[in-house]
Design a protein around this ligand. Structure first.
Ligand SMILES: [Zn+2]
Length: 290
């Protein structure tokens, strides 16, 4: 068995995994006090939970999934949690004498879906983790690599992106962009994704709701069609919080892509699939690198 850890921008999860199965999981959504000294508190949280799990299970290794630029188990730059910049997880967890492997969240999620999930059996594809931003991974047979699809520019002098550029795909196609639009146009603010989805399902014939979805789908497909044209994948998998919107968004995206002439060649229309592991994909995938 292994320990899989997902350190996100708003929550942390630690699990004991057995290949693609989660044997036991604990998670925590950061509260205000926790955030004040987030680096110290994350280290403390990890050490506490890992110590408990090591007593109960025989653990071969620890895998960590997080966003950012990572080099040799060190998080060099974190887009979500700048206080963690420079943290070396091998050193932080050295007292446990268990090998540690740190990898980018999108790569971890794609690995989980490729080995055990919805992308299994496909030769060439893309996995997009759509949440606060858009993380991308391209795979072709045994080759797999992180791609910055989220920062391809769709609009000259468009929305300001957290990367510093303007007009990036993720400022139009991320779940954050979708939620911002829901807040602005439907007046639903400070609510969880669950509440937003319930509202949309209950009011699916409302003109304003239709408009919000249609605008998002248009923008999303504009970016997606570029990715398809460049990489010509046979399949595209979707993960992150987007994966909970399957009934609301997926069919509309498929229809929009079919009606548009943005493709170089229509026969390259890839299959669009929602990931099996939803938000657990990163944690499971983090354990698959050794
Ligand atoms: Zn950007």
């Amino acid at each position: 068995m292994k320990i899989g850890i997902d350190i996100g921008g708003s929550h942390i999860a630690v699990a004991v995994t057995d290949k693609n199965l989660i044997v036991e999981k604990v998670e925590y959504v950061y509260e205000k006090d926790f955030k004040k000294e987030i680096r110290k508190n994350i280290e403390k949280y990890l050490k506490e939970k890992i110590a408990i799990m090591l007593e109960k299970y025989e653990i071969k290794s620890i895998g960590i999934s997080l966003a950012g630029y990572i080099h040799e188990n060190t998080l060099i730059i974190s887009p979500n949690l700048p206080d963690l910049n420079g943290i070396n997880f091998s050193e932080v967890l050295s007292e446990f004498s268990v090998p540690v492997f740190v990898n980018v969240d999108s790569l971890c999620a794609a690995k989980a879906e490729k080995e055990y999930g919805v992308l299994k059996g496909y030769q060439k594809g893309i996995f997009l983790v759509i949440g606060t931003g858009i993380g991308g991974v391209l795979f072709d047979k045994d080759y797999i690599s992180v791609q910055e699809y989220g920062h391809m520019v769709l609009v000259k002098n468009g929305n300001l992106c957290r990367c510093g550029k303007k007009g990036c795909f993720e400022t139009y196609g991320s779940m954050k962009a979708f939620k911002d639009s829901v807040e602005e146009n439907l007046g639903i603010s400070n609510h969880s994704g669950e509440v937003i989805r319930a509202y949309i399902r209950e009011n699916k014939d409302d003109m304003k709701v239709k408009q919000v979805i249609s605008n998002y789908v248009d923008d999303f497909c504009f970016g997606l069609s570029n990715i398809i044209d460049i990489s010509m994948p046979e399949v595209i998998g979707f993960g992150g919080s987007f994966s909970y919107y399957e009934d609301i968004l997926l069919q509309k995206i498929e229809e929009k892509l079919k009606e548009t002439t943005l493709f170089i060649d229509k026969k390259f229309m890839p299959k669009l699939l929602i990931g099996n592991f939803h938000n657990d994909a990163g944690m499971i995938g983090a354990t698959l690198f050794n």
